[in-house]
Design a protein around this ligand. Sequence first.
Ligand code: PLP
Length: 428
Amino acid sequence: MDTKSKELFEAAKRHIPGGVNSPVRAFGAVGRTPRFIASAHGSRITDVDGNEMIDYVCSWGPCILGHAHPRVIEAVIRACRDGLTFGAPTKREAELAELIAELMPSMEESRLVNSGTEAVMSAVRLARGFTGRDKIVKFKGCYHGHSDGLLVKAGSGALTSSVPDSAGVLADNAKNTLIAQYNDRASVEKLFSEHADRIAAVLVEPVAANMGVILPAREFLSFLRRITRQNGALLIFDEVITGFRLSLGGAQEYFHVTPDLTTLGKIAGGGMPIGVYGGKREIMELVAPAGPVYQAGTLSGNPVATAAGLETLRILQEDPGIYERLERKTGQLAAAVNKAAKGTVCVNQIGSLMSVFFTEGSVTDYERAVSSDTGRYAAYFGELLDRGIYTAPSQFEAMFVSDAHTAEDIAYTCRVMEEALSKEKESL
Ligand SMILES: *Cc1c(COP(=O)(O)O)cnc(C)c1O
């Protein structure tokens, strides 16, 4: 039943483009009506028609503790009572920056902004300011928010020419974004051989999680560390998803590769709007007012958002066992899919991130990811949704597991996934 969602969607479309405030929410890729959400607690999300579903979207990452964790809600309410925004410094901002530096030692200094988009945009500006160079390298299929210069992935077969992905992005703006292939060292080496002294930074999702989940090949990240250092370029890890998700210290701790700059978001805000960029002190000291790279924000370091982020990180820090639990539960889901669908799909999983690609063989880069059959994914998604399991309405988004998912949630999900995939396999 989705009568009320349908009504609300029709009403929303009258005054909001596509009826949503972020495109994937519209369920366009799976041909269904988006569920309008009324509330969410723990692992469960409830829509306006009263359907309660086990949620594996988790707001696209932030809700690693599950929804509405009592301690986080309490911290937010307490902060609200003291006022919503002051436009002046507060104690918790320094505490959050200190805690981030403790958990991710490469982030000696950091700046709070309001979204991941803003964090990456600012980090790129800083990398250019620090190096005095103009070009950045990004990888095809990696997402870094919607700022102009990063909405570029290059058309297939034209890996090195930069073509904007969005109307309204000037070719002029995109021309300084060089495109490499994820997990392909030669594509990076080629860009450095052509543009060595103009590359300010290599920007990468250390685990790609915006074309579905794709793991870095062995030594790929350490290769990026080496080639950037050799060429005087900075290495930026976009850990907006992986930060505090793969481990307390993010992907950089997980893979033992230390970037110069890191961007965070999602979990860092504990469900409130926060982005963070930070890194080595000598680089960060270039940010205004300490230095000449300008970046500001009316609501940056907002006291309510900061309270949510700080409380979330403290809970994670007090409970290091959480990452083992997340890995175990997500591993169970991956095993169930593999058992039911052997050979007809590809499962990529690391920590609490997972994707089921409807394609055969391994998925290691953008081309392999987009070889997936999105029609098959849509059918699988619909089957899960109808049985109370809410997963990403797109083949190219990750599945997120939270600490609130119970053993019963996982067992039920495994059963539904197995049945959906067995049925699917027979129909092939
Ligand atoms: C979500 C995301 C962003 C953008 O963050 P917003 O808060 O949506 O602006 C940037 N980088 C990565 C890796 C992301 O997953």
